[in-house]
Design a protein around this ligand. Structure first.
Ligand code: ADP
Length: 161
């Protein structure tokens, strides 16, 4: 559906999960171009470096030709304005996400009122999934093959050998 719209899907992606991928697939059908962009927020201590996270997202989105991967520092909206984005995509898993996302979206609208935040819901089978729980399972050598792509599963195995 070519509509000339550029969407940014920001997040930590530490690592990318099948839930994130579900959102990326949906966004790729809605917008001309989608930039999956890693927030390199120094207050979080990620398991994977930025280059590793970029690689994992690139590998997982190979079949989608309107997806690119990037990273940014500082305020999302400064970055989004610089990129000339039209839309910010966020995933909504459950009502527990709502309050935080609602606050963020309204603040972001104050910062750049022309950029619209859009929420997409994943398939319900991913609503319980986040990167933190995947890391917990992997850390204790549990099987994560239904949560993340195979390449990511192998990267997790390497980290927690
Ligand atoms: P953040 O640290 O910004 O929450 P995440 O990488 O955890 O970054 O998430 C990025 C976005 O993806 C957020 O909008 C989050 O709600 C969404 N998301 C994360 N996991 C899932 C999932 N399993 N299903 C749908 N959306 C998800």
């Amino acid at each position: 559906m070519p509509n000339g719209k550029l969407a940014i899907y920001p997040g930590t992606f530490d690592p990318i999960t099948n839930g994130h991928l579900d959102i990326i697939h949906r966004a790729s059908t809605l917008f001309d171009r989608v930039v999956v962009s890693i927030a390199t927020n120094p207050s979080k201590e990620p398991l994977f470096g930025v280059a590793e996270r970029v690689e994992m997202i690139e590998r997982s989105t190979r079949g989608l030709n309107n997806i690119t991967v990037d990273h940014f520092n500082g305020l999302l909206m400064h970055y989004a304005v610089k990129k000339k984005a039209d839309v910010i995509v966020r995933g909504l898993r459950a009502i527990t996400d709502f309050e935080y996302e609602f606050q963020m979206a309204l603040v972001n609208r104050k910062l750049a009122e022309n950029i619209i935040t859009v929420f997409l819901m994943p398939n319900e089978k991913y609503t319980y999934l986040n990167s933190t729980i995947v890391k917990e399972v992997a850390k204790f050598h549990g099987i994560v093959s239904s949560f993340v792509p195979e390449f990511v599963e192998n990267k997790l195995k390497e980290k927690f050998r």
